[in-house]
Design a protein around this ligand. Structure first.
Ligand SMILES: Cc1ncc(COP(=O)(O)O)c(C=O)c1O
Length: 396
């Protein structure tokens, strides 16, 4: 007889999202898993206690709630195991700590999420790891940057704020020849639109804070490993004592159920707005991998199944001395877009992007970069709001 698991493995993304994770039969048929708050778990006798010979032994090592979320993420990522951590930034720092030691060298893409760079340049450097930044367009050329002590290569595709694409397969293959682990921050695409492990990546990282949460109210990170790297990731996290809270895990699992339909809407609205903005004289360029004019478009089309709802515009800048004033005028004129960091929620957001920490992928010279997170609002209202921003920027 065909198992439900086998049927789901071949099902469409929304069907899988509706059923992955917990098994209702394990909890009296309730559709959702219980939220188990736990530190202590009791054992029936001393021998069981000594050997920890039961499924659950202590809260930090997993509960039915966190297991349900980890199982769902493993299904989506195709991973051997997933750990939960309290933020997306921790989802980067924990695997770095699990796989790097003093004296090691790490290569990190220059278009990386800025706080990841901060972690590398401060704590990781203090612990004796040398970090070098590389051009996202490096491809197989990463081989020439590898040293005998290169132990980890980190990708983020597309890159933060400027959305540079990377040839993930070419990089992973070259890095593996040098014996290093490949990590990738996959937050932008979610496992629905890109599955890093299918492209040779060893560790897939997510700020579940974004689309899996979807409601701007939960912070959480997930780190998923292939079979070869799962044990070391688990050991590193166990040593650090980091774990996901049951309430947050429940909310992320809840968010996953609707993530597919939300993403379709984010994708559609963002794509239409990007196309419209590209045709305007007051916008110098639109940084969105789904646009044929974007330099990384061919890679996106080849490897990704879709685009999420965040991209940037470069306002037509004029005098560089006025870039900041123009960006601020744009932001201050917005009524629907909120001025806030983060993304992936139901509401639209805008931010003036600071690229001053870049070493290779420098800020565009033709105008200020404004990042737009396109929420679930109605298109006409979002467009009118952006029109308000552009009119204000033009007036500067
Ligand atoms: C690409 C990327 N990775 C990781 C993070 C960190 O997520 P969190 O805010 O949960 O720490 C962010 C947050 O903006 C992000 O954009």
């Amino acid at each position: 007889m065909t198992d439900k698991k086998d049927v789901l493995a071949g099902a469409g993304p929304n069907t899988r999202l509706a059923h992955v994770g917990n098994d209702p039969a394990e909890f009296h048929g309730f559709v959702n898993p219980p939220v188990v708050h736990a530190s202590t778990v009791l054992f029936p006798n001393a021998a069981t206690m000594e050997k920890r010979a039961q499924k659950y032994s202590y809260g930090t090592r997993g509960t039915p709630t966190t297991d349900a979320l980890c199982a769902a993420i493993d299904e989506l990522e195709g991973s051997a195991g997933t750990i939960l951590v309290p933020s997306g930034l921790a989802a980067v720092s924990v695997p770095f700590l699990a796989f790097l030691s003093a004296g090691d060298h790490a290569l990190v893409v220059d278009s990386v999420y800025s706080p990841t760079r901060h972690f590398c340049d401060t704590m990781l450097t203090r612990l004796g790891v040398t970090v070098e930044y590389y051009d996202p367009s490096v491809g197989a050329g990463i081989a020439s940057l590898m040293k005998p002590n290169t132990k980890l290569v980190h990708l983020e595709a597309p890159g933060s704020n400027t959305f540079e694409m990377q040839d993930v397969r070419a990089i992973a293959d070259a890095v593996h020849k040098g014996g290093a682990v490949v990590t990738l921050d996959n937050t932008w695409a979610t496992p629905l639109y890109f599955r890093p492990l299918d492209f040779g990546v060893d560790i897939s990282i997510h700020a579940a804070t974004k689309y899996p949460s979807g409601h701007s109210d939960i912070l959480m990170g997930t780190v998923s490993a292939n079979a070869a790297h799962w044990r070391q990731l688990w050991d590193g996290n166990f040593a650090l004592g980091i774990c996901g809270s049951p309430d947050d895990s429940y909310q992320i699992l809840r968010g996953l159920r609707t993530m597919g339909v939300r993403l379709e809407r984010h994708q559609e609205s963002a794509m239409r707005l990007a196309e419209w903005l590209e045709g305007r004289d007051d916008v110098a360029s639109v940084l969105h991998p789904g646009l044929p004019s974007f330099p990384g478009h061919a890679l996106w089309k080849r490897d990704f199944k879709g685009a999420s709802g965040i991209f940037s515009i470069v306002l037509d800048g004029g005098d560089p001395g006025r870039f900041k004033a123009k960006a601020h005028a744009f932001l201050d004129a917005l009524k629907i877009f909120g001025l806030g960091y983060s993304w992936g929620g139901f509401e639209s957001l805008a931010v003036h992007v600071n690229l001053s920490d870049r070493r290779i992928c420098k800020a565009p010279e033709n105008g200020p970069v404004v990042r737009l997170q396109i929420g679930l609002e109605d298109m006409a209202d979002l467009r009118a709001d952006i029109e308000r921003g552009l009119a204000a920027a033009r007036a500067v």
